[in-house]
Design a protein around this ligand. Structure first.
Ligand SMILES: C[S@@+](CC[C@H](N)C(=O)[O-])C[C@H]1O[C@@H](n2cnc3c(N)ncnc32)[C@H](O)[C@@H]1O
Length: 255
């Protein structure tokens, strides 16, 4: 492949494809591993880092990750092999809505509700939670990460976020947890990403490509990459920064 055919790198500095710090990940894993799950399912897994860390913490547990992104799945397989987990995990390249998935003792759905339903938000959240209720074994756990408004967005912020952003796309945190309860769960743990986690995530989301762009100003993809980076940065800094939150809900299913 020639230099001009190579795509810019992406997400190499991020451990997780979400605003999630190492300390929060460690406590999530510790709580999940304490339940000794035999099976772990990761919906919209990306490279499935949290799932792999749970498999390391629970000898004998088996994992399945499902995602559409072949590049991220390949990163997951490589990481699994490097940690001696290749025979306990499979990464499936398919849509979670099409995959015939068995219920698991621990189910992750981290910033990936759209992998479970094509509904518009906020109904998307409800439908994803209902699907997750059917994918967890009795007494198991679901770790669900989804968006909520930290405060109501102003019209100017909405206009800067993403095309057709609406104030009713998300609930506040209480409304998000109410949706989980209505879908047949009780909340075991409720936590939210803080500003440091967001800044680490948003910076890491762009940094590979910013560095690449600085070194490849005449590359055929330079203009397209610059526009994409500028658009995303503006959407964050003028739109959803300190307005959109991400909640990590650890949920137990109830009848
Ligand atoms: C924001 S990323 C989160 C990745 C991962 N859960 C994490 O937290 O690191 C959302 C993921 O959902 C995946 N996705 C989108 N639609 C999907 C579908 N229908 N089936 C499976 N995965 C899907 C994307 O490819 C992407 O990897």
């Amino acid at each position: 492949m020639t230099e001009s055919q190579k795509l810019p790198p992406r997400l190499t500095t991020l451990s997780f494809h979400s605003p999630l710090s190492e300390p929060r990940a460690a406590s999530l894993i510790e709580r999940a591993a304490a339940e000794a799950p035999s099976t772990v399912l990761d919906i919209g897994c990306g490279w499935g880092e949290l799932m792999l860390r749970v498999l390391e913490a629970v000898p004998g547990a088996r994992g399945t990750g499902v995602d559409l992104n072949g590049e991220d799945l390949a990163r997951g397989r490589t990481n699994a092999a490097a940690r001696g987990l290749a025979d306990r995990v499979e990464f499936l390249e398919k849509s979670a809505t099409d995959a015939a998935l068995d219920p698991a003792d621990l189910v992750f759905c981290l910033s990936a509700s759209h992998a479970l339903s094509g509904a518009e938000p906020p109904r998307l959240t409800t439908e994803a939670l209902r699907a997750l209720r059917g994918l967890v074994t009795p007494g198991g756990r679901v770790v669900f990460a989804d968006g909520y408004w930290q405060r109501p967005p102003t019209p100017q912020e909405l206009g800067a976020m993403w095309p057709d952003a609406r104030a009713d796309e998300y609930d506040g945190l209480a409304g998000l947890v109410d949706r989980a309860v209505a879908a047949g769960f009780r909340p075991v743990w409720i936590e939210t990403a803080n500003r440091d986690e967001w800044e680490t995530f948003e910076s890491g989301y762009q940094s590979d490509q910013e560095v690449w762009l600085a070194g490849h100003p005449d590359h055929p993809l330079a203009e397209e990459t610059r526009e994409k980076l500028d658009r995303h940065r503006s959407s964050w800094l003028r739109g959803y920064r300190d307005v959109l939150g991400i909640a990590y809900l650890t949920l137990v299913p109830v009848d």
